[in-house]
Design a protein around this ligand. Structure first.
Ligand code: AMP
Length: 395
């Protein structure tokens, strides 16, 4: 049984054909710049890459290309379901859900919580249902995994009415990735997921850290929005809540301008004044670029501080997991983070750490240290598994 996994943004569709049982992937790609005259779709047929232009720049046109690719592979009739990544499920969704009119309404009700992402996810689901009308569609939420957080972790110390009337609380994101790598890490450690306490660090363009107790999220660094927490590519992570008022008075900036800058001009990019790309920053830092060095140092320091803070959610720490583009590839960020966490007993194994790059996973700590592991995330496979589970259960 194949599952088509879709991640629809406002101007893009990421897709992957996955076998949830074997973990095999056959076809993947990215449609970009939808809605413009320059739209195109890049298809990876398992090594062979082709790019089609999309003169109309529309979702249906992009899905037409995906259908033609499925036909060319001769697998169109073997696709059993479509799994959609949806960013925000609010408090309504603690698990993936079969797409029905009620579920679409509930996703729509979460639009105020994710005004950029949920409308694009909804538009993508509608277009995909038109393109694949005979298949069940399943919504898999970025927030769902974190719905197991206890109230002490998800509440902010703000007036209660803000929570009651507007849902102002911590939700957390990247749930699919944290859930997947926690499962893989338990397997690699030879432990039962139900018995291990892990901290998972998803470090990509967006970054978040989660405490996972017995396979359940008990705290995470992102909050009401994906802006909270550690330093990211272009997102600031935590700042003083007094910042907006200060900047409005001092610099005459509007709320919208400040929020946009915190999302798009902060993080590694803001600190370095150079780029949001960790690999480029490491190279620039090695050449002596002061801003690049500072950006990497602040990234590592705040990451280590957050990991240490997450231990408050666990009675024991059985493993620290690094994943995402930075977590899976930057041996130096991992080594520097573990060095900052010496108080927890971490000691890196330099050779094992250097080996764990470009798709190599494994334990990167020395004997006697609590284990830190590199695990390659696979959100598409996780979404395919969750989708298949919902379709099998029929709910
Ligand atoms: P992702 O969003 O998971 O694709 O991660 C993107 C981030 O991973 C970017 O900051 C990249 O610079 C970073 N990254 C990818 N490869 C490497 C590498 N070899 N060394 C350092 N950072 C890397």
């Amino acid at each position: 049984m194949w599952t088509l996994v879709l991640n629809c943004g406002s101007s893009s569709v990421k897709f992957a054909l996955q076998n949830p049982e074997t973990g095999e992937g056959r076809l993947s790609g990215l449609a970009e710049r939808l809605g413009s005259g320059a739209a195109s779709v890049r298809v990876d047929r398992g090594g062979e890459r082709v790019t089609h232009s999309l003169p109309g720049g529309s979702y249906p046109e992009a899905f037409g290309v995906i259908l033609a690719e499925l036909d060319a592979l001769g697998v169109r009739d073997d696709v059993r379901a479509v799994g959609h990544r949806v960013v925000h499920g609010g408090e309504r969704f603690s698990a993936p859900a079969l797409v029905t009119p009620e579920v679409l309404d509930a996703i729509r009700a979460c639009v105020p919580l994710a005004p950029l992402h949920n409308p694009a996810n909804l538009a993508g689901i509608e277009a995909a249902r038109a393109a694949f009308p005979a298949l069940p569609h399943v919504a898999v939420f970025d927030t769902a995994f974190h719905q197991t957080m206890p109230e002490v972790a998800y509440r902010y110390a703000v007036p209660e009415a803000w929570y009651a009337a507007h849902g102002v609380r911590r939700y957390g994101f990247h749930g699919t990735s944290h859930a997947y790598v926690a499962g893989e890490a338990a397997r690699m450690l030879g432990r039962d997921l139900g018995d291990v306490n892990l901290i998972t660090a998803h470090l990509g363009n967006g970054c978040s850290v989660t405490a996972v107790r017995g396979g359940r999220s008990v705290d995470t660094s992102m909050g009401l929005t994906p802006l909270e927490g550690v330093v990211m590519g272009t997102r600031s992570g935590d700042v003083d809540p007094g910042l907006h008022d200060f900047l409005a008075r001092q610099a005459g900036l509007s709320l919208g301008e400040i929020t946009a800058a915190l999302n798009k001009e902060g993080g590694l990019l803001g600190l370095s004044g150079l780029t949001n790309d960790m690999r480029e920053l490491e190279e620039a830092s090695a050449r002596g670029h002061v801003g690049a060095r500072l950006a990497v140092d602040v990234f590592v320091y705040r990451l280590a501080r957050t990991v240490a803070g997450m231990t408050a959610a666990l009675e024991r720490l059985d493993g620290l997991v690094f994943t995402g583009g930075i977590g899976e590839n930057s041996a130096s960020v991992r080594a520097a983070t573990l060095a900052r966490l010496a108080v927890l007993g971490f000691r890196v194994d330099e050779e094992a750490n250097a080996r764990a790059v470009r798709g190599q996973s494994g334990v990167i700590t020395a004997q006697g240290s609590p284990p830190a592991l590199v695990v390659n995330t696979n959100e598409e496979l996780m979404i395919a598994r969750e989708t298949a589970g919902v379709v099998e259960r029929g709910a």
